[in-house]
Design a protein around this ligand. Structure first.
Ligand SMILES: [Zn+2]
Length: 158
């Protein structure tokens, strides 16, 4: 399952999500890691700009398509605070990126938002594997799930 070094990458995703929240954006953060464990790129949500497609996983897919070879992409891992939405799962698969490790699942997030009375988003939350069946996906990671839940709670109670 998720090793110690991988937890560090996931912790960084949670930090990036907290950073997004600090600048008034939705708390999502992601890190792209190469086959040798090197962090290649990272980003957080930027939808507060008004462009609702500015998810970090989408940015990392585009970043990798512009800078990495197909081999490097397929050997890379995307760590993320929340499971890819269908848009980002599709982008991830189209550019041929490798494994995904997420802290909280889309199902968990959907449940939390429902509990808090947040209106449903315009795109259905599907598991990554329903969109991109060839991608290896791991999560949720219980060690960090509560932190991610707390960030979303703060965003939606603001
Ligand atoms: Zn997305």
């Amino acid at each position: 399952m998720v090793e110690h070094a991988e937890l560090a990458h996931l912790r960084r995703c949670v930090e990036l999500a907290a950073e997004a929240l600090r600048v008034g954006d939705e708390p999502f953060g992601s890190v792209l890691v190469g086959a040798d464990g090197t962090v290649l790129a990272e980003d957080h949500n930027r939808v507060a700009s008004g462009d609702r497609t500015r998810h970090p996983e989408f940015e990392l897919a585009r970043w990798s398509a512009a800078r990495l070879s197909p081999e490097e992409r397929s050997a890379a891992t995307v760590y993320t605070s929340g499971e890819h939405c269908p848009m980002c799962a599709a982008a991830h698969a189209w550019v041929g990126l490798g494994r995904i490790v997420y802290v909280a699942s889309s199902e968990q997030l959907t449940t939390w938002l429902g509990e808090w009375g947040v209106p449903a988003p315009p795109v259905r939350a599907l598991p990554v594997q329903e969109v991109a069946p060839g991608v290896v996906v791991e999560g949720p990671v219980p060690e960090l799930t509560e932190e991610v839940r707390a960030l979303h709670r703060r965003f939606h109670s603001a």
